[in-house]
Design a protein around this ligand. Structure first.
Ligand code: FEO
Ligand code: CA
Ligand code: CA
Length: 656
C-alpha cells in the first residue's frame, strides 16, 4: 500500500489520501507553482502588491518595542530584526541520545531516528538547571515533534512495476513499512540539556537528561476519570491504564511545579476502519473516518478501530511528564478532557491558589476549554502537587454578544450530561468532551490554537487561527468574520484585582484584541489597536508567549495562505496596554513553507527559542526538489525543521 501522499491533516478541509492526482496534472501544477514561488521570492512582488501597502513606514506611535522592524516578504532563509542574532541550535536528525548515528536522510532508519531530534518541532519549554532556579544560561529544552512530512523526509523511489509480482509486493510493503516506522519515530518529544557558554548556546552532547519520548517506545500511564474504564482497554492493555506512546504533540505548557504538559492534537488522522455501532457517534465527533491509514499489520493494527475500538480513546489527551527525571513515565491526564489539544497554559489562581489550565481544540467550529484543580498548589510540598491535574472541574467557553464569557462545567449528572444523553460517568464526559461541550451550549470558534495568560496583567489571550468555513449566517461577535482566512485574537478579563484576581470564576468578560490580515486590503476587514506599518500586520496567529513586561509575542501559521498574503510566517510582538496596544511589529521571519512555533524565553528574557516547523512545505515541494534547503542549503540535503536561538547583540533582553 502506498504511503499517504498528504500526511499532514488540514484541520479546516481534510484531504483524502487515496485521491491520487494524475501525473500530468501534477507536472502542470508544479510548473505553475514554480512560477508563482519564483515570483514570491523576488522583490517585484512589492510592486505587484504595492497598492495594498498604503500603510505608513514608521512604527506604532508609543510602542514600548524599540527594535527596528523587519520588512515582510517571502524568503528561503530566516531573518531577525537588526541588532539580534538568530542561530540554528538543533535540526531534525541531529543527535539527542548517545550512539545516535550521523544524519543520513537517504538512508534513514527508525533506530537512528529514535536517537535523533525528531521532525516538525513545535512547542518549546525552557526549564532552568538546577531545578527551581531562575538560571537563564543553563537548562532543559523540551521540544515537541508534531508530525512527519514524508514528501520532504524521503527521496523519491523508482516507480514500481504496474503489476508487481507477489515477491515485489512484499518488497514494496516492507519498504513502506520502514518509512512509516521512521515517520512514527520522528513524532513525539525531545529533552535536551542546553548551555550558554561564551555567549553561544549549545546542546550538551550525551547529557543524562537528554531524552526522546516517542509513539513507539515510551510507556505512558493514564490517570484521572477515564483511567481503567472499559472504553480505554485494548488487547495490548487490558487494564485501560497504560498506553504505548504519545503522538501529534503540538504545543503545551509548564506546570507551576516544574513539569511539562505536551498536547496530543491531530491524532484522528492516524485512525480509521469500520466502527462498532456503539462507537460511531464518538468517532464521528472526532473526525475519525475512512479506511485505516496503514495496512501494515503488527504494530499498525492498533490504528484500525474495527480491530481495536478502545485505541482512539487513548489519544487526544494532555500528557504530563517530568523533564528533570529522564525515567519519568508520562501521564495522560484525562480530567483535562479529550480533544485536539493545541496547548495547555497554566497559572496559579491568585484568589485561591488552585491551578487553572486553558486549552484550545484546534479544528473549525471547536471550543475553548478550562480546567480548575480541586486542590490548591502547595509550593512547599511537591508531593501534594504531583497529581493536581487529576481532580478538578473541566469547563468550556460560551461567548455572549454582550461581552460576557461563561465557563460552563462539564460534570457528569449535571444538565444533559446524563445516561439519557449517552453519558454513564465522568469517564464518558471526558472521553467525549466535544459532545459534552455541544450539549452545554459552548460557542463554536474559528479554530482555537494557543490560549495564554499574560503574567503581568492576568488577561488571557486566545488565538483563533482561521476558519474559511464560517459563513455569513453563523457569525457571532466572538467570531465576527465570515470566510475568516486570517484569524483573530480575543482577550479575556477575569474578575477581581490584585490578589483577588480570579481565573477560576464562572464568568469573565471578553473583547476582540486583533482581527488579523492586511489592514490595507478591504476584503480582509482587519483591525488592529491603531495604525500598523506595512510590515506590522500578520495573518493566522497560532502560538504566543509573553515577555516579563507583559508584551505579547505572536507566531503565525498561514499554511497555503502565503500564496495570498505574500509574506512568510514569523513572529510579531506588541503591547497589550498603553498607546502601542495591539499594534504589532515584525521581529522574525521563518523560511518559506515553514510555520513559526514554540516562542519561549528564558527567565531573564535574554534568549528566545523559536521552532521552525516544516520549512519548504508546499504542494509539489519534495525531498528531491524542495522550495528551500534551509538551514543547511546543501545540495542533496532536504530542508530540516530546527530550533533557532535568538539573542540580542548587546546582550540585553529581547524586545528592549
Ligand atoms: Fe499543531 Fe494547532 O497546531
Ligand atoms: Ca499550532
Ligand atoms: Ca496552526
Amino acid at each position: 500500500m502506498p504511503l499517504p501522499r498528504e500526511f499532514q491533516p488540514d484541520e479546516s478541509e481534510r484531504t483524502n489520501p487515496s485521491d491520487a492526482t494524475p501525473l500530468e496534472e501534477m507536472v502542470q501544477a508544479r510548473i505553475s507553482r514554480r512560477r508563482l514561488m519564483k515570483g514570491l521570492l523576488l522583490p517585484p512582488f512589492v510592486a505587484a502588491f504595492g497598492e495594498f501597502f498604503a500603510a505608513r513606514e514608521a512604527a506604532a506611535a508609543g510602542t514600548s518595542l524599540t527594535f527596528a522592524e523587519l520588512d515582510s516578504r517571502v524568503e528561503d532563509g530566516h531573518r531577525v530584526a537588526k541588532g539580534y542574532r538568530a542561530e540554528v541550535l538543533i535540526r531534525w536528525g541531529d543527535a539527542v541520545l548517545p550512539g545516535a548515528p550521523a544524519f543520513n536522510p537517504r538512508a534513514q532508519t527508525p533506530e537512528a531516528q529514535l536517537k535523533q531530534f525528531g521532525y516538525n518541532n513545535d512547542f518549546i519549554a525552557f526549564l532552568p538547571l538546577p531545578k527551581g532556579s531562575q538560571n537563564s544560561d543553563h537548562g532543559l529544552l523540551c521540544v515537541n515533534h508534531e508530525y512527519g512530512s514524508p514528501e520532504l523526509m524521503f527521496p523519491r523511489e523508482p516507480a514500481d512495476e504496474p503489476r508487481p509480482s507477489p515477491e515485489e509486493r512484499i518488497e514494496i510493503r516492507e519498504r513502506e513499512k520502514k518509512k512509516v516506522d521512521v515517520l512514527m519515530a520522528a513524532h513525539g518529544h525531545s529533552v535536551l540539556e542546553v548551555k550558554r557558554e561564551g555567549g553561544a548556546w549549545k546542546v550538551v552532547a550525551d547529557s543524562p537528561y537528554n531524552r526522546r519520548i516517542s509513539l513507539t517506545e515510551t510507556q505512558c500511564r493514564i490517570s484521572g476519570p477515564a483511567a481503567g474504564h472499559a472504553r480505554m482497554k485494548t488487547t495490548e492493555d487490558p487494564t485501560g491504564a497504560l498506553v504505548r506512546g504519545t503522538m501529534n504533540n503540538c504545543a503545551g505548557g509548564v506546570t507551576p511545579w516544574g513539569t511539562v504538559v505536551i498536547c496530543e492534537e491531530n491524532f484522528d488522522f492516524y485512525f480509521g476502519g469500520k466502527p462498532r455501532p456503539v462507537d460511531a457517534l464518538s468517532l464521528e465527533r472526532y473526525s475519525i473516518k475512512g479506511k485505516p491509514k496503514w495496512d501494515l499489520g503488527e504494530y499498525y493494527d492498533r490504528f484500525d478501530v474495527s480491530r481495536e475500538p478502545g485505541e482512539p480513546n487513548r489519544f487526544g489527551w494532555a500528557v504530563e511528564y517530568d523533564p528533570y527525571d529522564p525515567k519519568s513515565v508520562p501521564v495522560k491526564r484525562t480530567a483535562l478532557g479529550r480533544y485536539k489539544h493545541e496547548g495547555a497554559a497554566m497559572l496559579v489562581n491568585k484568589k485561591d491558589g488552585r491551578v487553572v489550565l486553558f486549552g484550545g481544540d484546534d479544528q473549525a467550529f471547536e471550543y475553548i476549554y478550562r480546567f480548575v484543580s480541586k486542590n490548591p498548589f502547595d509550593p512547599k510540598n511537591p508531593e501534594k502537587n504531583k497529581d493536581l491535574l487529576d481532580e478538578g472541574t473541566l469547563c468550556v467557553a460560551r461567548f455572549d454578544d454582550d461581552g460576557t464569557l461563561h465557563w460552563l462545567p462539564l460534570v457528569f449528572g449535571e444538565g444533559r450530561l446524563t445516561p439519557s444523553f449517552g453519558f454513564d460517568s465522568q469517564a464518558d464526559v471526558v472521553i467525549d468532551a466535544r459532545r459534552a461541550a455541544d450539549l452545554v451550549g459552548a460557542t463554536p470558534m474559528d479554530r482555537p490554537e494557543d490560549v495564554e495568560a499574560n503574567p503581568v496583567t492576568g488577561k488571557v489571550y486566545a488565538s483563533l487561527t482561521n476558519n474559511t468555513s464560517r459563513d455569513i449566517d453563523r457569525l457571532d461577535k466572538a467570531n465576527p468574520r465570515f470566510d475568516n482566512r486570517y484569524g483573530h485574537l480575543l482577550e479575556f478579563t477575569p474578575p477581581g484585582e490584585g490578589d483577588q484576581q480570579d481565573h477560576a470564576a464562572d464568568t469573565f468578560t471578553w473583547d476582540v484584541f486583533i482581527l488579523a490580515g492586511n489592514p490595507n486590503k478591504k476584503r480582509d476587514h482587519a483591525k488592529y489597536g491603531g495604525e500598523v506599518t506595512k510590515h506590522g500586520w500578520f495573518a493566522c496567529p497560532d502560538n504566543m508567549t509573553f515577555d516579563n513586561l507583559g508584551r505579547i509575542w505572536i507566531a503565525t501559521d498561514q499554511g497555503r495562505n502565503i500564496h495570498e498574503t505574500r509574506i512568510c510566517d514569523g513572529l510579531w510582538a506588541c503591547d497589550t496596554v498603553g498607546p502601542g496596544r495591539a499594534q504589532p511589529k515584525h521581529f522574525f521571519t521563518a523560511p518559506i513553507g515553514a510555520e513559526m512555533c514554540g516562542p519561549c524565553m528564558t527567565p531573564d528574557n535574554k534568549t528566545l527559542f523559536l521552532s521552525v516547523q516544516h520549512p519548504g512545505e508546499d504542494k509539489g515541494s519534495t525531498f528531491d526538489d524542495p522550495l528551500t534547503r534551509w538551514p543547511d542549503f546543501k545540495k542533496d540535503t532536504p530542508p530540516r525543521p530546527s530550533v533557532v536561538v535568538v539573542t540580542k547583540e548587546d546582550g540585553g533582553a529581547i524586545g528592549t
